[in-house]
Design a protein around this ligand. Structure first.
Ligand code: SF4
Length: 297
């Protein structure tokens, strides 16, 4: 561990400490930590590390829908329910989500995701294809226990092909790190894989056309917990339109995993006062994952 940090490193560390204070985390700083490790994590390239090549296995087999997972014991934190993000208005009833695919052994997850990406190809299945630069498939550990699902790519993501790499992505990275884990340990994807023009909310036709690929990814990865980031994500994950207030603060069963809902990082950037409430949501995820919760001062 270096004994001193240069100016830029110190500023990066201060920014991270400010972020943790905004979340209300105090005890974390009392633990012995390695700032150099934080800084390294904060500055690591967002490009996914090269995956170990694995032989292509059979794609996920279609299976009859399994019984819904029992609702997890609901940890309901004592949190205020806060103002909601703007709602979306689907034009017609949601179709049923595709049946859940059979589970694959962990060593086949990478290859199965690769097959899904190949199936998407140079996709023109919906209108978003016309304005995109790169398809943003997803990023992270194919065997992740925790998955984040956002709405759709923005300009930075469209240019890079990687989800959540702009300002919202940096905030998401901080949120993940506050949970005591690294971005490389989670999987991140969106409802739609191509950038909507001017970052508008995806149209229902676009979301419903693209989301089956996301469901395939979820069925391959089989995370223990999915965190839906914002109204659009939870609406199209569940097929149910409900104010965000009706989703937050408890655990919902989804395709054999546990769904937890919080605000989208872009919303938190617009209204930083909501960060503490997002942190309360993430603590629900941490409890479900068996992660140690930092105590508040
Ligand atoms: S958003 Fe999805 S369905 Fe639409 S063009 Fe892109 S990859 Fe295809």
């Amino acid at each position: 561990m270096p004994n001193s940090l240069d100016t830029s490193a110190q500023e990066a560390l201060r920014a991270r400490l400010r972020f943790y204070r905004e979340l209300g985390i105090g005890e974390l700083y009392q633990r012995e930590v390695d700032p150099a490790e934080w800084l390294l994590a904060a500055s690591e390239p967002t490009q996914a590390p090269p995956r170990q090549a694995v032989a292509l296995q059979q794609p996920p087999q279609a299976a009859t829908p399994g019984p819904a997972a029992p609702n997890a014991p609901g940890f309901v934190p004592n949190i205020d329910l806060q103002p909601q993000e703007s709602e979306i208005a689907p034009r017609k009833p949601f179709p049923a989500p595709p049946p859940q695919a059979a589970a694959l052994p962990p060593e086949q997850h990478f290859a199965a995701l690769k097959l899904i990406r190949e199936e998407i190809g140079d996709c023109t299945r919906c209108a978003l294809a016309a304005g995109r630069t790169k398809i943003v498939f997803g990023d992270g550990d194919p065997n992740a226990k925790l998955m984040f699902v956002g709405e759709g790519p923005g300009a930075d993501e469209d240019a890079s092909g990687i989800p959540f790499v702009g300002r919202g992505g940096q905030l998401l990275n901080n949120m993940i790190q506050a949970m005591g884990i690294k971005r490389e340990q989670v999987y991140i994807a969106n409802i739609v894989k191509c950038r909507p023009p001017a970052n508008r909310t995806p149209e229902p036709e676009e979301a419903l056309t693209c989301s089956p690929f996301l469901f395939q990814q979820i069925d391959v990865i089989r995370p223990k917990v999915i965190v839906a980031l914002g109204q659009t994500a939870v609406t199209y994950l569940t097929g149910e339109k409900r104010p965000l207030m009706g989703w937050r603060g408890t655990v919902h069963p989804l395709r054999g995993t546990k769904l937890i809902v919080t605000y989208h990082p872009a919303y938190l950037l617009r209204d930083p006062n909501q960060k503490k409430h997002a942190w309360a949501d993430l603590q629900i995820a941490m409890r479900e994952l068996g992660l140690e919760l930092p105590s508040r001062k």
